[in-house]
Design a protein around this ligand. Structure first.
Ligand code: ZN
Ligand code: ZN
Length: 322
């Protein structure tokens, strides 16, 4: 992990957050983006930028971008192939996921497959055994060349690596344009609605900025922390239904807030299953969405949890009870 030092490294050394003797170096573009987005999200504290419709966009965005883009697109479809769908739908889900600024599909899928292969072991990029902060966000703030190279993508995400669409998404210009487009879309839509309802330039500017701050900045930061909680919280706290030989847990709070990703022990037990909730209280809105899409015919070959195999002891108990 050796690399040249940056001004960010030197600041963190002075603050005592990083050790100057350590070979770890900050991933400056990622660090700047993460800090920048958190600061932009704080604009939500300015009363002039508040609107109920902006708040509604932030809440709806958790589902529209976090659940549909990340949970269903990046995770259950691209990483685990838990269901099949037409190419246009796969690409649409991917672009929605890309709007969450969690990395390119090839990078996200590689890191996550690495996590499943080496769960809570030395090859796991974000195990909490290295500390809560490390598993939550430290692992990508520090530059690790092993996570950003072609050999890794070829090894862990060959299906995407050999696909022209996903190679196209690796281009920085395309990546930047996706983000510019969503910023513009939220601002312009808000400005049009604000201009028409208030009939003033200030009204247009106010609602445009409100939708941008709440619909993009606040929502992006919220979706980040929800996704990161799956890496940190659900490998620390919760119950284990399956003996998966890792620290994965089913955590009801993350399960509810993330729309189903918090049933993480179930997921580690059967990674390909498109349904993470297995018991009646394990609400999995992401799976319910996939199920609804299946009913419309847009999705097929949905992988579901295997029926539970009864142990010989359970069979004997049932026999005795009968
Ligand atoms: Zn995990
Ligand atoms: Zn997974």
């Amino acid at each position: 992990m050796l690399g040249s030092t940056s001004i960010v490294d030197r600041c963190l050394w002075r603050m005592g957050i990083l050790d100057a003797a350590s070979p770890l170096r900050v991933n400056v573009p990622v660090f700047t983006g993460i800090v920048g987005f958190h600061l932009l999200a704080l604009l939500a504290c300015i009363p002039w930028l508040f609107s109920w419709s902006g708040l509604a966009w932030a809440v709806a965005g958790l589902y529209l971008f976090g659940t549909i883009g990340i949970n269903i697109g990046y995770h259950r479809l691209l990483t685990h192939r838990g269901f099949a769908c037409p190419r246009w739908l796969e690409h649409a889900l991917t672009v929605v996921g890309a709007c969450c600024w969690q990395g390119t599909p090839m990078n996200w899928v590689s890191v996550h497959r690495m996590h499943h292969q080496h769960s809570d072991d030395s090859g796991d990029p974000h195990t909490p055994r290295a500390g809560f902060f490390w598993s939550h966000m430290g692992w990508f703030l520090i530059y690790d060349p092993a996570l950003y190279n072609i050999a890794t993508y070829d090894r862990y995400a060959r299906d995407l690596f050999q696909d022209r669409f996903y190679k196209w998404l690796e281009r920085p210009r395309i990546w930047r344009n996706i983000h510019r487009a969503q910023w513009a879309a939220f601002f312009v839509a808000g400005a049009v609605v604000g201009g028409l309802t208030e009939w003033s330039l200030e009204g247009a500017l106010q609602l445009g900025l409100s939708w941008l701050v709440w619909g993009v900045f606040v929502r992006t930061v919220a979706v980040w922390h929800i996704t990161w909680s799956v890496n940190s919280v659900t490998h620390l706290w919760g119950y284990q239904t399956h003996d998966t030989r890792d620290d994965s847990r089913n955590n009801w709070l993350v399960g509810l807030v993330s729309n189903g990703e918090g049933w993480h022990n179930n997921h580690h037990a059967e990674p390909r299953s498109a349904a993470h909730g297995q018991r009646w209280w394990e609400l999995d809105v992401s799976y319910l969405t996939i199920w609804a899409l299946e009913r419309t015919g847009l999705v097929w070959d949905v992988v579901r949890p295997k029926p539970k195999q009864r142990t010989p002891v359970e069979k004997a108990d049932e026999h005795a009870a009968a």
